[in-house]
Write a protein that binds this ligand. Structure first.
Ligand SMILES: *Cc1c(COP(=O)(O)O)cnc(C)c1O
Length: 435
């Protein structure tokens, strides 16, 4: 029996033999960057209504290319998906006293974005196989105050758009899709992120395609596009002269993308399909070879959709495997090295993910100032419950059942993936050595 590395045995792969980096930045980006620097104009934006309100040539070209690729009328670039989400909440007319249904199983901003316009996030539970908002739970959380549903297409996979959109239609709600993790994923014949009132994508350094920091919001609604552009670029100053009459929520930020980032993003967009296909290929390879362990298996992909696997999700059943999930994950980490360009992050496998309702902002109900706004406000008549237990599926996934990995990103060759597979099997087969 092979001794586990966590018990002092030899690891499957030496800690010094790092996994290859995922680096999608190459000659094309270098040429694009030099072109922009050669021109000298690193941003074409001006914070007032007029010719430069929509940014410079690179920003416009990138937005046009994105809209065309995704089959939407409007693509509005921003400097982060967090800012794109906040701008979207504003554009949708969400206001103090409103509630927005959100998911706990995502990055914090997917849950906190409504707060910036004085609205209160209400957590619904998620689906145990796909980790997106569970339409049944969403419907249960609707009150007369509900204004919108903020869905997340987590790990690169699509949420249940037909069920969520049907609920939204029935209750007259807006839908905002946080598709930060999945540019290029498909939901039927449409791109994930394009089936809601607004969808947003992140282009930060950790995502499938990146420009360091950056994002795009998409919509088919002209008024929403205008409002997004205003909030992106000092709305209070840009409404003058624009002819826009509804100025509610139109106090702006500066969420503008630079010319340099837009030029890089445009090159990344051209590479998107190829990079996502490489990811899917690696996931298929891993999936095929990790299906024979009872109690530890790859999560399914929703029928009729195509994930781009920002992360690869697994499900773990402690009762079947016989040891706690975190022990299992630590034992796998001991068998494998870190990944280049992610040194210091540890081997790229983890247990858990996020339960956003447990963050202090919700537990203490302190967001803006010290008096409880917007949870406590004359404009708000609800009393949201953020206690542990409100999202049992998200909580048990976080506590015991979810395992995610990024050791399937492009750059991982078959021999690298084989090491990952060997480590999974070695730990699984020798788990009796563990407490
Ligand atoms: C990365 C991410 C964001 C935020 O993206 P930034 O561009 O870094 O602001 C939002 N939501 C989800 C689900 C993400 O993964």
């Amino acid at each position: 029996m092979a001794k586990l590395a966590i018990k002092g045995g030899t690891p499957v792969r030496s800690k010094k033999d790092l996994f290859p980096a995922y680096n999608s930045i190459g000659e094309e980006e270098k040429a694009a960057a030099l072109r922009v620097i050669g021109k000298g104009e690193l941003s074409g934006f001006l914070g007032s209504w007029g010719k430069a309100f929509l940014g410079g040539a690179e920003v416009k070209a990138f937005e046009e290319a994105w809209a065309k690729k995704f089959g939407v009328k409007y693509a509005v670039s921003m400097n982060s998906a967090a800012n794109a989400l906040i701008a979207s909440v504003g554009a949708l007319g969400i206001e103090p006293g409103d509630e927005v249904i959100v998911t706990p199983f995502s990055m914090c901003i997917s849950a906190t974005a409504p707060l910036f316009y004085g609205a209160v996030p209400i957590f619904a539970d998620i689906e145990p196989e796909y980790f997106c908002l569970d339409p049944k739970s969403v419907e249960e959380r609707i009150t007369p105050r509900t204004k919108a549903i903020l869905v997340v297409d987590i790990f690169g996979g699509a949420h249940d758009s037909s069920a969520v959109n049907a609920i939204a239609k029935k209750h007259n709600l807006k839908v905002l899709a946080d598709s930060a993790q999945c540019p290029g994923a498909m939901d039927g014949k449409k791109f994930v992120g394009t089936l809601s009132d607004i969808g947003i994508y992140s282009l930060n350094v950790h995502k499938n395609i990146n420009t360091g920091e950056g994002a795009v919001a998409v919509t088919d609604n002209e008024e929403l596009a205008t409002r997004l552009r205003m909030i992106r670029n000092h709305a209070e100053a840009t409404v003058s002269g624009s002819g826009v009459e509804n100025i509610s929520n139109l106090i702006g930020f500066n969420s503008r993308l630079t010319e340099l980032n837009a030029a890089l993003a445009n090159e990344q967009l051209k590479k998107m399909d190829g990079l996502n296909a490489a990811r899917r290929k690696n996931v298929a390879y891993l999936r095929e070879r990790t299906q024979d362990m009872r109690g530890f298996r790859p999560a399914k992909e929703r029928a009729g959709t195509e994930s781009v696997f920002h992360h690869m999700p697994f499900l773990y059943d402690e009762a079947v495997v016989g040891i706690p999930r975190d022990t299992f994950v630590q034992a796998i980490q001991a068998e494998l090295p870190e990944t280049r360009m992610r040194e210091g992050f540890g081997p790229l496998i983890y247990g858990g993910y996020i339960n956003a309702h447990m963050y202090p902002v919700f537990q203490k109900k302190i967001a803006f100032g010290t008096k409880g706004y917007p949870f406590v406000s004359p404009l708000y008549s609800g009393n949201p419950d953020y206690s542990k237990g409100i999202c049992p599926v998200a909580e048990r996934l976080y506590d015991r059942e979810f395992i995610g990995t990024e050791m399937m990103r492009p750059g991982m060759a078959e021999k690298d993936l084989d090491d990952v597979i060997t480590a999974f099997h070695k730990v699984y087969e020798n788990r009796a050595e563990l407490p």
